[in-house]
Design a protein around this ligand. Structure first.
Ligand code: 13P
Ligand code: SF4
Length: 319
C-alpha cells in the first residue's frame, strides 16, 4: 500500500481554522514555514502578538524559550511548538542555580535579562528585554543604577558601549552569532565594495565594528528595505535572508561568512535549534496538540512580571 501524501500547507490551514489557532513564526524559520505564518516577526513582535491574540491555541514556530514566553503572557491558552528540543545556546549558558548564586553575590544590582533565557531565569529578573528594545530599557534606569545583564555578553557589551554603562555581564553567547568572522567579512566586503554590512547585536564586537547598521531581525529587515544600497552582507541567522529577498527582490544579499576552530564553516549561520522545525512537525503539533508548553503556576506568575514590564516600557517607547 502506498502511503498517502499529506499536503501539509493545506492541512495546517484547515486545522488552524478548525481549532482557532494562530501560527506565530520567527524570521529564523525555514522559508516554507515563514510563508504560511499568521504573524512573522522578531522576539519583541512575537511577544506582543502572543499577549494580544484572541486565538484559542498558539502554535509557535521558533524555539522553546519563545513558546514559553507566549505561555507566560497567555497562560490560559494552549501553546504548542513543533519540536520541544528546540533550545538555545544562550538559555543553556545560564543555569538557574549558578545564576542565582551570582545574583546573590551582587544584592545591590538589578537584573536585566535578554528574553533568550529560561522561564526559571526570568523569575530572577527585574525586567526582560529583546534585541530591539534593550538599549532603551537599559537607558530607562538612572546612570548610577547597578545592573547585571544576562545571559548574552555580546549584546550586553554592545549596550555598554552604546550607553556608556558598565553593566556586569553574564558569560553567555549565541552559538550562531559568535561564528561570524570579522576577517572573512572584510574579505567578502573587498569583493563587494558597495555592500553594506548589517549585523545583529548578538555578534562579537569585531563584527559589530564593521557594521553599517546594527539591530534586531526586524530592524535589519527594515534597514535593507529602506537603504538606497543594493547589496548587503548580513550577519545574523540565515533564515532572515528569505524575508529580505521577498521584501526587496531587486537587491542582493550575502550571508556573512562564519568560521569555527579556525576553519570556514558553511552551515554555522543556520541555528540548529531553529532549524529543527519542519512543516511535517508543525502539522503534527497542530493536529495532536503536542508538544505543549506547561509551566508551574508560580513560575508563570513570577516570570510574567519582568516580561510585562518590558511590554509596558516598549509601549511607552512607541515600539
Ligand atoms: P530578535 O528576534 O530579537 O532579533 O533575536 C534574534 C534571536 O537570536 C532569536 O533567537
Ligand atoms: Fe539561541 Fe542563537 Fe539560535 Fe537565537 S540563533 S535561538 S540566540 S542559539
Amino acid at each position: 500500500m502506498v502511503a498517502e501524501k499529506i499536503d501539509y500547507v493545506a492541512e495546517i490551514a484547515r486545522l488552524k481554522k478548525e481549532k482557532n489557532a494562530v501560527l506565530l513564526v520567527h524570521y529564523y524559520q525555514i522559508a516554507e514555514i515563514q510563508d504560511i505564518a499568521d504573524y512573522i516577526g522578531d522576539s519583541l513582535g512575537l511577544s506582543q502578538q502572543a499577549a494580544k491574540t484572541d486565538a484559542d491555541m498558539i502554535v509557535f514556530a521558533g524555539v522553546r524559550f519563545m513558546a514559553e514566553t507566549a505561555k507566560i503572557l497567555s497562560p490560559n491558552k494552549k501553546v504548542v511548538l513543533p519540536d520541544f528540543n528546540a533550545g538555545c545556546s544562550l538559555e543553556e549558558s545560564a543555569p538557574y542555580a549558578e545564576f542565582k548564586a551570582f545574583k546573590d553575590q551582587h544584592p545591590d544590582h538589578i537584573v536585566i535579562s535578554y528574553v533568550n533565557c529560561s522561564a526559571e531565569l526570568k523569575t530572577l529578573t527585574d525586567v526582560v528585554c529583546t534585541s530591539s528594545n534593550a538599549v532603551k530599557i537599559v537607558e530607562s534606569f538612572p546612570k548610577d543604577q547597578k545592573i547585571i545583564f544576562a545571559p548574552d555578553k555580546n549584546l550586553g557589551g554592545y549596550i555598554n558601549r552604546v550607553t556608556g554603562r558598565n553593566m556586569l555581564l553574564w558569560d553567555g553567547a549565541c552559538m550562531v552569532h559568535e561564528t561570524f568572522s570579522g576577517k572573512m567579512i572584510t574579505d567578502l566586503k573587498a569583493k563587494h565594495p558597495n555592500a553594506e554590512v548589517v549585523a545583529h547585536p548578538e555578534s562579537e564586537e569585531s563584527v559589530l565594528k564593521l557594521a553599517d547598521y546594527i539591530g534586531s531581525t526586524t530592524g535589519l529587515l527594515k534597514y535593507v528595505i529602506n537603504s538606497p544600497q543594493q547589496e548587503f552582507i548580513v550577519a545574523t541567522e540565515s533564515g532572515i535572508l528569505h524575508q529580505m529577498r521577498k521584501s526587496a527582490p531587486g537587491k542582493k544579499f550575502y550571508v556573512a561568512p562564519t568560521s569555527k576552530n579556525g576553519h570556514a564553516c558553511k552551515a554555522c549561520s543556520d541555528c540548529p535549534h531553529m532549524k529543527l522545525n519542519t512543516l511535517e512537525k508543525l502539522y503534527l503539533c497542530l493536529r495532536d496538540e503536542t508538544p505543549e508548553i506547561n509551566l508551574p503556576a508560580e513560575m508563570l506568575a513570577d516570570a510574567r512580571k519582568p516580561i510585562e514590564r518590558m511590554l509596558e516600557l516598549s509601549a511607552k517607547f512607541g515600539l
